[in-house]
Design a protein around this ligand. Structure first.
Ligand code: IPE
Ligand code: IPE
Ligand code: MG
Length: 243
């Protein structure tokens, strides 16, 4: 972790930032546009935020793109979201790769169309040697679903109850080997977890902002990092014990 002096308050740069990118639909509705226009604007915004995370030398960025519950939305919205992700990979992959971004997928591919599955795995493969920023795309992701899958694999690997530890469970999650998120940002004024990183967020700091995701710009990100810098993370200890 490092500190950056901006104009005045101090931003602290965490290792791992995670974002629940919420509010695209309301952004569009406020403008009398279809919800998908909001998702498109959200995708545009994401490019800027990824670039800023690279500039700030954040090492892990996890974005919530599509939850296991989002399948319940109207079919045209679901297919629009799938198409947007595919377009984004088509358009952005080269420059993400050039900028040293390593793409990882958190989630599973059941129910996702084959062409998109193929593109996701190509993106993961192509960028696997990069190290400037790990971009975890939580797509078709649910925290509970992730745990159920972990438990099933632990059982099918024949592990005994004595071998089950917190570390072992962490190693069976999609985020195996990665640090837990230090800071989780949720936009759009909602104050809930919505099945995001249920296990990994045990000691994350949470930052909520009323800004809708397409409006969450670099300045908003800086404000979240200033907020992060103001937190004392005690991990169950008392202040006097923290260095
Ligand atoms: C977040 O925006 C994007 C996804 C869930 C895919 P929403 O679509 O949830 O926007 P609101 O919450 O309806 O405004
Ligand atoms: C969470 O947002 C999922 C993503 C941002 C991808 P939702 O809009 O789906 O969450 P709820 O339904 O308001 O809890
Ligand atoms: Mg929402």
């Amino acid at each position: 972790m490092s500190t950056r002096q901006s104009s005045d308050p101090i931003m602290v740069i965490p290792q791992h930032v995670a974002i629940i990118m919420d509010g695209n639909g309301r952004w569009a509705e406020q403008r009398g546009l279809p919800r998908l226009a909001g998702h498109r604007a959200g995708t545009e915004n994401l490019r800027k935020i990824i670039e800023e995370c690279i500039n700030l030398e954040i090492k892990y960025l996890t974005i919530y793109a599509f939850s296991t519950e989002n399948w319940q939305r109207p079919p045209e919205e679901v297919s629009g979201l799938m198409a947007l992700l595919e377009n984004m990979l088509d358009r952005e992959l080269k420059s993400l790769h050039k900028n040293g971004v390593r793409i990882r997928h958190l989630g599973h591919c059941a129910g996702v169309n084959k062409r998109l599955v193929q593109k996701i795995s190509e993106a993961v493969e192509l960028t696997s040697g990069n190290s400037s920023l790990v971009l975890n795309v939580a797509f078709n992701y649910g925290g509970r679903d992730e745990m159920v899958r972990a438990v099933k694999r632990i059982i099918s690997d024949g592990l005994s109850s004595a071998e089950v530890t917190e570390e072992l469970i962490s190693n069976y999650l999609y985020t195996a080997g990665q640090p837990d998120p230090d800071l989780i940002i949720r936009t759009s004024g909602e104050y809930r977890i919505s099945n995001f990183l249920v296990w990994q967020s045990a000691y994350s700091e949470w930052y909520f902002t009323p800004a809708l995701w397409p409006d969450f710009n670099e300045k908003e990100l800086h404000q979240a990092l200033v907020f992060f810098g103001s937190r004392e993370r005690r991990f169950g200890q008392v202040s006097a014990q923290i260095g």
